[in-house]
Design a protein around this ligand. Structure first.
Ligand code: CO
Length: 154
């Protein structure tokens, strides 16, 4: 009886230890990015290690609704034609939150489109390959005005 209880305690302790260590390993680095009605991100440069787990928290402190002044955060794969992507985003329209289905393979990570007073987030792994990756807001024509930035993996 005594040894059975002891082994049960050992199993429990083992499970707790395993749970604690896996929770620690899965903790992504949080990057908070605030948008503005002036169509800018307050963070335009992010540096990450290859494969690093990141959580982008997008905050929209504006007061305008999503249909008038929506913002999202979309990270594109290297080599994506950003102009072609932006044109496709316009064609995709509000119904698709300006995320072009034809370019799904070009998107590493994306948040939903949010209006004033909203907040959203996306967790993803930085690309394994070193280099520069463009991120942008796909609500037209925000990226053209400058609502974009670069994730540098190094
Ligand atoms: Co925007």
């Amino acid at each position: 009886m005594k040894s059975k209880l002891l082994s049960l305690l050992c199993i429990t302790a083992g499970l707790l230890a395993a749970g604690a260590s896996s929770a620690r390993a899965a903790e992504p680095r949080v990057i908070t990015i605030t948008t503005s009605d002036a169509m800018k991100f307050d963070v335009t440069a992010i540096t990450a290690a290859p494969g690093e787990e990141l959580k982008v928290v997008l905050v929209n402190p504006g007061s305008m609704p999503k249909l008038a002044m929506g913002h999202n955060w979309v990270l594109l794969k290297a080599g994506t034609d950003v102009t072609a992507f932006s044109n496709a985003a316009v064609s995709a329209g509000a119904a698709a939150d300006y995320l072009p289905a034809d370019f799904k393979a070009s998107i590493i990570a994306s948040t939903k489109l949010i209006g004033g007073g909203e907040k959203t987030e996306v967790t993803f792994k930085a690309p394994a390959e070193k280099g520069d990756y463009v991120f942008l807001c796909t609500f037209p024509p925000h990226a053209m005005i400058g609502m974009k930035g670069t994730l540098t993996v190094k």
